[in-house]
Design a protein around this ligand. Structure first.
Ligand code: NDP
Ligand code: OXD
Length: 319
């Protein structure tokens, strides 16, 4: 039996972690890691499987015989639209560890806004003993946009904390105890939402979506007395100039952003200095390498046994 071609890995994150875990991954076929200078000039023509995160622009020209593309993350906007993208399945990363991490981040941000954590941090720096009386979670409605793998898990965990949770997605979902809205009911959904949580993929429809017009439709007379915007989907879905204005003019009382129009966020962005705004560097839910490579191994094994791949992207929808 001829040797199996190695798996091509072109991942632009955590190069040390990727190199370390690759030593033991894909034991039956090996790998070509394009982050390794010794591999960069390798002939990729025989390669059948590629695991990619923000791949080089010429990758598909160099690897013309791919059978399946694996995304190094849950999102695929870094691949969709690339020149020369072949008409083959694209499998995104879906994994318990990633989902759990995202829900931890979402619940933490909602609780920080609920409990006035920004004000508490300031008081601590000033050595001030200042009690804050927060509403109960049940008095606050969190509206989750995107009810996919991540959105549905976040909804469940926000409910455990006692929040009133509602959800919005392209097609309506049935979730016990949660009022759901479809794409045509956007304004109703926004008018009921005190804290908006964005967990949408980046597609042509969601590009520049969180703008001044949308933020102005959020409820501002709820228990928090202000609307809050939280986004961990994709930064290009938000108009940062509008978020800055909305915070400054009181349309928003606070925000939490993990993703940005351009990453890393420029050091002169006004976002860094805004009151009641929490920023994290796109690490709400990182792809852990062991889990990622295991997932790719599992999917390759399924594919080679003739079973359907899981988590295949709908190319027409773009996610
Ligand atoms: P899924 O594909 O499982 O879910 C996407 C959800 O968004 C679906 O409910 C879908 O609706 C909805 N949606 C898509 N387009 C629209 C639209 N135009 N209008 C209304 N709803 C829409 O994705 P995941 O939950 O796994 O991940 C979501 C995103 O989170 C990723 O694409 C990625 O961008 C981001 N992400 C960010 C990370 C971070 O660390 N910050 C980590 C991982 C992911 P429907 O159900 O009807 O199809
Ligand atoms: C992802 C991400 O899409 O990390 O997985 O943003």
């Amino acid at each position: 039996m001829s040797a199996r071609p190695p798996v091509l890995v072109d991942i632009k994150f955590n190069p040390e972690g990727v190199a370390r875990v690759l030593k033991t991954a894909f034991a039956d076929r090996g790998s070509i890691n394009l982050a390794d200078p010794g591999h960069q000039a390798r002939d990729l023509r025989a390669v059948e499987y590629a695991l990619l995160w923000k791949p080089d622009a010429d990758l598909f020209a160099r690897a013309p015989n791919l059978k399946v593309i694996f995304s190094g993350g849950a999102g695929v906007d870094h691949i969709i639209g690339m020149a020369g993208l072949p008409e083959i399945p694209i499998v995104r990363f879906v994994d318990r560890s990633l989902t759990t991490r995202m829900s931890e981040w979402v619940v933490m941000q909602c609780l920080m806004h609920l409990r006035g954590q920004y004000a508490h941090d300031n008081h601590q720096r000033q050595r001030e003993w200042a009690k804050l009386i927060a509403p109960e979670a049940a008095e606050v409605t969190v509206g989750v946009m995107g009810l996919g793998i991540l959105g549905q898990d976040a909804v469940a965990k926000l409910r455990v904390m006692g929040f009133n949770v509602i959800g919005w997605s392209r097609s309506r979902k049935q979730i016990d105890g949660v009022e759901t809205f479809d794409a045509s009911e956007l304004d109703n959904f926004l008018a009921r939402t005190d804290i908006l949580v964005g967990l949408l993929p980046l597609t042509p429809e969601t590009s520049g979506f969180y703008d001044a017009g949308l933020l102005a439709k959020l409820r501002r007379n709820g228990a928090l007395g202000q609307a809050v915007f939280i986004n961990a989907g994709r930064g290009k879905s938000q108009v940062e100039a509008d978020i800055v204005s909305a915070i400054r003019n009181g349309t928003l009382g606070g925000a939490s952003l993990d993703v940005f129009e351009a990453e890393p966020l420029a050091s002169d962005s006004p976002l860094w200095d805004l009151q009641n705004v929490f920023l994290t560097p796109h690490d709400a839910a990182v792809s852990e390498e062991n889990a990622l490579f295991r997932h790719v191994e599992t999917q390759i094994a399924r594919f080679e046994r003739g079973e359907p791949l899981q988590f295949v992207v709908d190319r027409a929808a773009g996610y």
